[in-house]
Ligand binder design. Structure first.
Ligand code: G6P
Length: 612
C-alpha cells in the first residue's frame, strides 16, 4: 500500500506534495514524510502519524522548492515511527527514495552492504534499496537512472519508487513493478503519484507506467524505458475525473458521502448499457471473449474483502440464471494452493481498486493455467483491468473511505448485467424474466434513494447499540452474503466484534453466543426463504437475543417479533442485496461515529492492499 507523490515544475513542491498525500491517505496513514531540494540541500522531514502531523511539523520551516516528493505509509518492515517513515536517505545523503511495496531480498542486500561499511538508520527494506542504488552508482560510475535500472534488475519484490538527487535539481526517477504509479504531464511540470487523484487538479494528461518500466523526468522532459533498457514511447491518456468526485462535498466523512452516492453510482453503472424499453443490454468490454463465458463449464470468482462478498452474491445469480457452476475463492487462498483450472473454466476477478496484490497474483496463477480472465474493477487504468483479457468497469467514481460501500453495489450491478447477458445468450432465462429484471434494475436507483431516507431512524438504532461488544448478522440465500458484508462493515470501522452467518447455520454454533445482551441483525426480506428465517428469528427470540430486522415494507410478522425494524422497498429477490445492504452500511457508519472512530481511515487498514 502506501501513497507516493512527486513533483517537479514551477509550483511550490511542498504544497503540491502535501495536498497530494492527503488525497492518497486512504492507502496508508501511519507516518508521512517529504523530501525537498532546498537551498542546495536535500532535506527530509518525516513524522509518525497522519499527513496533518507532517504538515504541522514543516509549517514554520522556510521551505521553497520546485522539486520534491512525499510518502504516506502503511508499515510493512519496521513499526510506524519517525525513523521508519519515508523518504530514506542514501549513505551520502545525496539521494533519497520513497517506496511503495516490499523488497523481498532486502536482508541479503543489507548484509552485503553492512560488510562494505554501510550503517542503517531504520529497519526498512526501502533504506537498503537506496543504499544499494548509490553503491551501484559509485561502483559502475554511471548515471543515476542507470544505477536505478541496474538495481531494479537485482531486487526481488514489488515496488513503486521515486528517487531524488541533490546533484540533479531537475531530475526525478520513478519505476514500478506490482505497485501502481501514474505520471501527470502538465505544461512545464510533471507529477508522480500512486493514482491520478493528486494530479487531476493540475492536469488530466497522464501516463500509467507498466510493470518493469522507469520514468525519467529530467530538465522538463519525460523519458520512459523498461528495465531491460529499451526506450519506450510514453502513451499519454486523457482521464475523465472531476475534482468534486474526490472531495467530501459537505459531508462529514467520505464514507457517508459514498453511501449517499449509491443511487447515482448505480445509475452511472447502468448508463448506456441497459435499456429495458428496447431490451438492450450491452457491455462493450466483454464482447471479444463473451463466447468463452457463455460456453464456460465453470466460473471461478476470485476477490478479497467486500469484493469477495459481491462474488458470493454473483454465485447465486449466475447459478440461478445461467446454470453454470460457480466457485468463489479468496484470491489469497487460490493463488497458493495449485488450484485445478480446466479448459472451459472462466475466471472473474473482482476488485474495487484494481490493485489488490493477492487478486493480481491469483489472476496470473489462473492465466498461467490457460484460463480466460474477466475483470470487474472500479479504478480505470489500474493493474487488474490491464492484466485481464476482458471485463467491465463499475463506474462508481473514486471510493475513498476505506470501508467499501458504493463499490459493492456497483459490483453487484455489473455482475448482474454480465450474468443476464450470458443467460440470454445461453437461453437459460425466459424473455419475460429477463425483461422483468431489466426493468427492476432500472428502478434500483430510486429504491436506493428511498431506502437511504431511513438514515435518521438507523441513527437511533445505532445509538442503542453503540456500546455493544458483539454483533451477529444472519441472512439466507441472496441475503447471506449481505450478512457477511454487514458484519465486515461493522468490525472494520467500529472495532466491534461482528460475525455474519447463514441464518440456518446459527444452530451449529453461534446460537451459543445468544443472550439478552446480544444484538442479532436479521436480513429477512420477503423472499423464497422467508418462512425459514422467521423460524430462525423465533430461535433467537426464545433465547432473549436483541433482534434488529431488515424487512420488506408492509411485513407485519417479523416486526412483531423484533425489537427494532427497518423496512426497505420491495424488489426482486436476486436484486435485494443492492437494497438490503444499505441499512447495514448506515448502521456501521453511525455506530463508528458515535464511538469516536475514524471511519474513513480505520486503524491498521488500508484501502488498496498492494502487499500480500
Ligand atoms: C481492503 C479494503 C476493502 C476491500 C478489499 C479488497 O481490505 O479495505 O474495502 O474490499 O481490500 O479490495 P479491492 O480493491 O480488491 O476490491
Amino acid at each position: 500500500m502506501c501513497g507516493i507523490v512527486g513533483y517537479v515544475g514551477f509550483r511550490q513542491a511542498q504544497e503540491v506534495v502535501i495536498k497530494g498525500l492527503k488525497r492518497l491517505e486512504y492507502r496508508g496513514y501511519d507516518s508521512a514524510g517529504i523530501a525537498l531540494l532546498n537551498n542546495n540541500k536535500l532535506s527530509v522531514y518525516k513524522k509518525k502519524g497522519k499527513v496533518s502531523e507532517l504538515e504541522g511539523f514543516i509549517k514554520d520551516k522556510e521551505l521553497t522548492s520546485t522539486i520534491g516528493m512525499g510518502h504516506t505509509r502503511w508499515a510493512t518492515h519496521g513499526e510506524p515511527n519517525d525513523e521508519n517513515a519515508h523518504p530514506h536517505y542514501s549513505a551520502t545523503k545525496k539521494l533519497a527514495i520513497i517506496h511503495n511495496g516490499i523488497i523481498e531480498n532486502y536482508s541479503a542486500l543489507k548484509q552485503d552492504l553492512i560488510k562494505k561499511g554501510h550503517t542503517f538508520l531504520s529497519e526498512t527494506d526501502t533504506e537498503v534499496f537506496i543504499h544499494f542504488i548509490e553503491d551501484i552508482k559509485e561502483k559502475e560510475k554511471c548515471t543515476l537512472d542507470e544505477a536505478v535500472r541496474l538495481a531494479l534488475t537485482k531486487v526481488v519484490g514489488a515496488y513503486a519508487i521515486v528517487v531524488i538527487s541533490l546533484e540533479d535539481p531537475s531530475l526525478l526517477i520513478a519505476a514500478r513493478k506490482g505497485s501502481p504509479l501514474v505520471v501527470g504531464v502538465g505544461k512545464n511540470e510533471f507529477f508522480l503519484a500512486s493514482d491520478a487523484t493528486p494530479i487531476i487538479e493540475y492536469t488530466n494528461e497522464v501516463v500509467y507506467l507498466n510493470d518493469q518500466e522507469l520514468a525519467i523526468i529530467n530538465n522538463g522532459k519525460l523519458t520512459i524505458k523498461n528495465i531491460a533498457n529499451l526506450p519506450l514511447t510514453p502513451y499519454i491518456q486523457t482521464i475523465d475525473l472531476e475534482l468534486d468526485a474526490i472531495e467530501k462535498g459537505g459531508y462529514d466523512h467520505f464514507m457517508i458521502k459514498e453511501i449517499f452516492e449509491q443511487s447515482r453510482s448505480i445509475k452511472d453503472c447502468l448508463r448506456g448499457r441497459l435499456d429495458s424499453s428496447s431490451g438492450r443490454l450491452v457491455l462493450g468490454g466483454l464482447r471479444e471473449y463473451l463466447n468463452k463465458l457463455v460456453n464456460a463449464d465453470r466460473i471461478i470468482i476470485i476477490a478479497c474483502g467486500t469484493s469477495w462478498h459481491a462474488g458470493l452474491v454473483a454465485e447465486y445469480f449466475f447459478e440461478e440464471f445461467c446454470r453454470i457452476p460457480v466457485e468463489v475463492e479468496y484470491a489469497s487462498e487460490f493463488r497458493y494452493r495449485d488450484p485445478v483450472v480446466r479448459e472451459g473454466d472462466v475466471v472473474i476477478a473482482i476488485s474495487q481498486s484494481g490493485e489488490t496484490a493477492d487478486t493480481l497474483a491469483a489472476i496470473e496463477q489462473a492465466k498461467s493455467k490457460g484460463a480466460i480472465i474477466f475483470g470487474v474493477c472500479n479504478v480505470v487504468g489500474s493493474s487488474i483491468p490491464r492484466a485481464t483479457h476482458a471485463g467491465a468497469y463499475t463506474h462508481a467514481g473514486p471510493e475513498i473511505g476505506v470501508a467499501s460501500t458504493k463499490a459493492f453495489t456497483a459490483q453487484l450491478t455489473v455482475l448482474n448485467m454480465i450474468a443476464l447477458i450470458v443467460a440470454q445468450k445461453k437461453g437459460t432465462i425466459t424473455e419475460q424474466k429477463f425483461h422483468e429484471l431489466l426493468v427492476e434494475m432500472e428502478n434500483l436507483p430510486a429504491k436506493v434513494e428511498k431506502t437511504l431516507l431511513l438514515n435518521e431512524k438507523i441513527k437511533e438504532i445505532a445509538y442503542t447499540f453503540k456500546d455493544s461488544t458483539n454483533f451477529l448478522y444472519l441472512g439466507r440465500g441472496y441475503n447471506f452474503p449481505v450478512a457477511l458484508e454487514g458484519a465486515l462493515k461493522l468490525k472494520e470501522i467500529s472495532y466491534i466484534h461482528a460475525e455474519g452467518y447463514p441464518a440456518a447455520e446459527m444452530k451449529h454454533g453461534p446460537i451459543a453466543l445468544i443472550d439478552k445482551e446480544m444484538p442479532v441483525v436479521f436480513i429477512a426480506t420477503k423472499d423464497s426463504s422467508y418462512e425459514k428465517i422467521v423460524s430462525n428469528i423465533q430461535e433467537v427470540k426464545a433465547r432473549k437475543g436483541r433482534i434488529i430486522s431488515i424487512v420488506t415494507e408492509g411485513d407485519t410478522t417479523i416486526p412483531a417479533m423484533s425489537e427494532f425494524v427497518i423496512e426497505v422497498s420491495a424488489t426482486l429477490e436476486p436484486l435485494m442485496p443492492l437494497i438490503s445492504v444499505l441499512p447495514l452500511q448506515l448502521l456501521s457508519y453511525h455506530i463508528a461515529v458515535m464511538r469516536g472512530c475514524n471511519v474513513d481511515q480505520p486503524r491498521n487498514l488500508a484501502k488498496s492492499v498492494t502487499v500480500e
